[in-house]
Design a protein around this ligand. Structure first.
Ligand SMILES: Nc1ncnc2c1ncn2[C@@H]1O[C@H](COP(=O)(O)OP(=O)(O)OP(=O)(O)O)[C@@H](O)[C@H]1O
Length: 231
């Protein structure tokens, strides 16, 4: 469903990603790992069309998306939960969720009940301002906002970063239940090894802007962790 080939991305003269190839299939959770600053967020921003690659290609559901705008990618069913959440602090929880509907492939007037059912805390806080929620609740709001458009591919950039353990547990439960539902493909940027070992089907490790390891969950050995992930 998602097929990235030989992607190269630069900020001005500074080349950040080189020769990145990566695939994600429906029903699969693929984790993107690597130390701080190796290029993980740059890669997901390129997937979302926020950054333009120098070269390489991105094919999604058989369509060449390499030069397609960010809003068209969202309309095509690619959902995104950015690092740092980027919810609208001045808008209510409900209004934030309604914004998620803008990207839905079919026009809809309200947030699907199945999305609200996954995040009970949000139902209790519908009229609160997004900015008044805790960091963990904001993360759940960003997650629910992305699911409101019923994406076929969901990209999550470090959803557990700086989040209290009980909310990390509930985010893990949502990811596992989405995975069990079968059709959604998930690309997860994640630094927590325990979390990756719980949810991933496969993983890619990036170092200095290039893929240095790739495999199934069982291939995530202690040596690989020491070589590429421990700081
Ligand atoms: N807007 C920008 N302009 C120039 N360089 C940038 C910009 N954003 C990121 N970089 C650089 O690109 C490199 C990759 O950054 P990126 O944020 O993609 O890494 P990351 O793996 O997501 O890191 P982290 O785990 O800390 O989020 C870093 O060297 C960073 O300093």
């Amino acid at each position: 469903m998602l097929d990235i080939r030989n992607l190269e991305v630069a900020y001005g003269e500074s080349m950040v990603l080189r020769d990145i190839s990566l695939q994600v299939k429906p029903g699969e959770v693929v984790c993107l790992m690597g130390r701080n600053g190796v290029g993980k967020t740059t890669l997901v921003k390129s997937m979302m069309g926020i950054l333009k690659p120098r070269s390489g290609s991105m094919v999604y559901n058989g369509l060449d998306m390499t030069r397609i705008s960010a809003d068209k990618r969202a309309k095509a069913g690619i959902g995104y939960v950015p690092q740092g959440r980027e919810i609208f602090a001045q808008l209510s929880v409900h209004e934030n969720l309604l914004l998620g509907l803008e990207a839905a492939r079919e026009k809809r007037a309200c947030v699907p009940q199945e999305v609200l059912d996954r995040f009970p805390v949000l139902t209790e806080m519908m009229s609160r301002r997004g900015g008044d929620l805790s960091g963990g609740q904001q993360q759940q709001l960003a997650f629910a906002r992305a699911l409101a458009s019923s994406p076929a591919l969901l990209i999550l950039d470090e959803p557990t970063e700086g989040i209290q353990p009980s909310i990390v547990d509930s985010i893990r439960d949502v990811i596992q239940s989405l995975k069990a539902s079968g059709n959604l493909a998930i690309l997860l940027v994640e630094q927590s090894l325990d979390f990756v070992r719980e949810v991933a089907d496969s993983f890619y490790v990036i170092q200095k802007g290039t893929v240095v390891a790739h495999g199934g969950r069982e291939d995530l050995t202690d040596k690989l962790v020491r070589d590429y992930l421990v700081v």
